[in-house]
Design a protein around this ligand. Structure first.
Ligand SMILES: Cc1ncc(COP(=O)(O)O)c(C=O)c1O
Length: 399
């Protein structure tokens, strides 16, 4: 393991704080290191491996596509892309799709789309929620005002109105005075600590968007493709957005993202306005179709059952270890727990239990397990967390 860590230090730019794990392979909900040790993966590549590692049907689909072609460029018609577009539309709303290779590129596409709408309507600017994460390219960074991510970098010259959840009451005044073209929101904030927009907040925002002709654009990069127990998280609310951005779980581990534009908003991009060499790679599109086929209504109902199991287990632990665990929030299998103990220590201790977790927003334990997780693996995780909390509380020094 050390050999690889050493080689990486000499070779790759240091932009990530990696965990000390050199991965050999994955299977289902587990990753294996190069010494053969098995780890329960409770963040599934940050919500990408929704179907776990090496799902046999996905592997089969990938192999079939590999034998056809891997790239043809956007100069030709790609059956897989067209069919995937149709599948996505059938799972959301009537409209059209633009494919990208990542989430941040989906956000860039949406910014450009909003810009074009604004040009025709004589409007400028986008509203975003404080603490949101929308990606790291320079356009998306304008909406990602998390200082550790955005400081030191320029942003595009485009007004961004940041509003906090606490001051949503002021949204109407902002819409009235500034006349922005759109608002971009995460229904559940991924990197912002798993803050869930309430039904009241979401329907309130949607209502104001309609009243002031503001485009409602949802960043469902993390919440989409079944993560919250519905295909898209907006389906938990009584709203239909104008634009939805997706990525992460869409390609079954392959780079795939994009934006879905409601039919009422169609027509603002013309040939040449936007493009990308790879989006969507035929392999990603083929695997994306299989992902959508597997994540059907029964599968989604099962996500909701597993979410309840995990939440119930966490609530019991929270009652047992109130000095260590604070509030629990989430939707489906996107769950955050406020930690009252040192998050780095918890991450290290649970790694010793052979469980992989992620920490976000400084002290929030973010759980994004593969959606295929079974009860036995949920219990394995809860047991490991309990062991760690017992160990931590036994080392508390009383005042
Ligand atoms: C809500 C949200 N938006 C945008 C992004 C950026 O996506 P990507 O890393 O694929 O560019 C992420 C990634 O974590 C995300 O969670």
């Amino acid at each position: 393991m050390e050999k690889w860590i050493d080689r990486e230090e000499k070779t790759l730019l240091n932009t990530y704080n990696r965990m000390p794990l050199v991965v050999s392979h994955g299977k289902g909900c587990y990753l294996y290191d190069d010494s053969g040790k098995k780890y329960l993966d409770m963040f599934s590549g940050l919500a990408v491996n929704a179907l776990g590692h090496c799902h046999p049907e996905l592997v089969g689909e990938g192999k079939k596509q590999l034998e056809k072609y891997l790239h043809i460029s956007n100069f030709f018609y790609c059956k897989q892309a067209i069919a995937l577009g149709e599948d996505l539309i059938s799972r959301s709303f009537p409209g059209k799709v633009f494919f990208t290779n990542s989430g941040t590129e989906g956000v860039e596409a949406a910014i450009k789309y909003l810009y074009k709408i604004g040009k025709q309507k004589g409007r400028r600017g986008i509203v975003s929620l404080r603490g949101s994460f929308h990606g790291r390219t320079l356009g998306a960074l304008g909406l990602t005002k998390i200082p550790s991510v955005s400081r030191d970098f320029p942003v595009i010259d485009y007004p961004v109105y940041e509003i906090s959840r606490e001051s949503l009451k002021e949204l109407e005044t902002l819409f009235e005075n500034e006349r922005p073209v759109g608002i971009i929101l995460e229904p559940v904030s991924g990197s912002g600590g798993i803050e869930v927009l309430s039904r009241e907040e979401m329907t309130g925002i949607s209502h104001l968007c309609k009243k002031y002709d503001v485009v409602l654009c949802l960043d469902e990069i993390q919440t989409g493709i079944g993560r919250t127990g519905k295909f898209f998280a907006y389906q938990h609310y009584d709203v239909v957005p104008d634009i939805v951005i997706f990525a992460k779980g869409a390609g079954g581990g392959n780079p795939l993202g994009g934006m879905l534009v409601h039919k009422d908003m169609d027509g603002y991009f013309l040939p040449g306005d936007h493009g990308t060499t790879f989006g969507p790679g035929p392999l990603s599109a083929a695997m994306g179709r299989k992902v959508l086929e597997i994540i059907d209504e029964d599968f989604l109902a099962d996500v909701a059952v597993k979410s309840r199991l995990l939440l119930e287990g966490l609530e019991k632990l929270q009652e047992k270890f109130p000095e260590s665990l604070g509030a629990i929030r989430g939707m489906g299998l996107m769950i955050g727990i406020d930690l009252k103990i040192d998050p780095s220590r918890l991450k290290e201790d649970i790694l010793e239990e052979q469980v992989l977790v992620n920490i976000t927003a400084k002290n929030v334990l973010r759980l994004l397990p593969p959606l295929i997780i079974r009860e036995v693996e949920i219990q394995e995780f809860l047991k490991a967390l309990e062991n760690v909390l017992k160990k931590t509380e036994s080392s508390f020094i009383p005042d």
